[in-house]
Ligand binder design. Structure first.
Ligand code: URA
Length: 237
């Protein structure tokens, strides 16, 4: 693949913009500026290909998989209505190459958000048929009692849903701190389930998706690439 096309696939703009980026000497490989947009990289070397654009290092990735520690007051939409978009927390190249949220979190929900430009991956983690457990920590308004835990475990009927929805598990971590694991990704699901069980969510945080937990060293607002081991953990449900 030639350098112009590599930059194009990685989100550095149109083919023409990528060509200009190289011609203008803004791209370097192995520390040396490369001004030839037609330079070829063998396809079996692409997975190891690293380059710098304006002094920022990039690694070629056929598909992008990332984890973001979402802060409150960010919307999971490219076209946010009332707050900033989570895409403001990422380099613009990622949005340009078509990265999208793998399921959405409400603007006031914090924690683990996955993003990818791999349609099959997004589908695997959002399709109602492919049930992946998601673990949330909900701070509640009132103390959590046994009747509420039991209602969440047995299933609660949510407005507009034909059947009750049950949590995979519901535990009290503290008097007003509920750990809830759910399979679905319905609109405001956790808040509605907790309300249907007779309590109210005041704060919500997603801690885990499948076998992948939010890394303890990923600060709020920060993101990182997922590696093969992370992807394997995610798929362990
Ligand atoms: N359930 C909710 O109510 N909100 C979220 O953001 C995620 C799950």
């Amino acid at each position: 693949m030639d350098l112009e096309r590599i930059l194009f696939t990685q989100g550095f703009g149109s083919r023409r913009q990528c060509r200009a980026l190289v011609a203008d000497g803004r791209v370097s490989i192995g520390g040396a500026a490369c001004t030839n947009p037609d330079m070829l990289i063998a396809s079996d070397m692409l997975q190891f290909f690293a380059f710098d654009v304006d002094g920022v290092s990039w690694q070629y990735r056929e598909k992008a998989y990332l984890a973001l520690n979402k802060p409150a007051a960010y919307e999971c939409s490219r076209d946010p209505q009332h707050h900033l978009s989570v895409f403001h927390l990422l380099p613009p190249q990622l949005a340009e190459r078509g990265v999208q949220c793998v399921g959405r979190l409400d603007q006031d929900t914090t924690g683990l958000l996955l993003l990818s430009d791999d349609g099959a991956f997004v589908h695997a983690f959002t399709s109602p048929k492919k049930k992946v457990p998601k673990v949330y920590l909900a701070t509640t308004k009132h103390p959590i009692d046994e009747a509420q835990l039991s209602a969440l475990q047995q299933g609660v009927l949510l407005h507009g849903e034909p059947q009750p929805i049950a949590a995979v598990s519901a535990h009290r971590r503290d008097e007003r701190l509920l750990e809830l694991s759910v399979l679905e990704g319905k609109y405001h699901q956790v808040k509605r389930m907790v309300a249907a069980a007779g309590n109210r969510v005041e704060k919500l945080h997603r801690e885990r998706i499948g076998g992948y937990g939010l890394p303890a060293d990923l600060a709020e607002g920060q993101w990182r690439w997922l590696n093969d081991a992370d992807l394997a953990m995610l798929r362990q449900s």
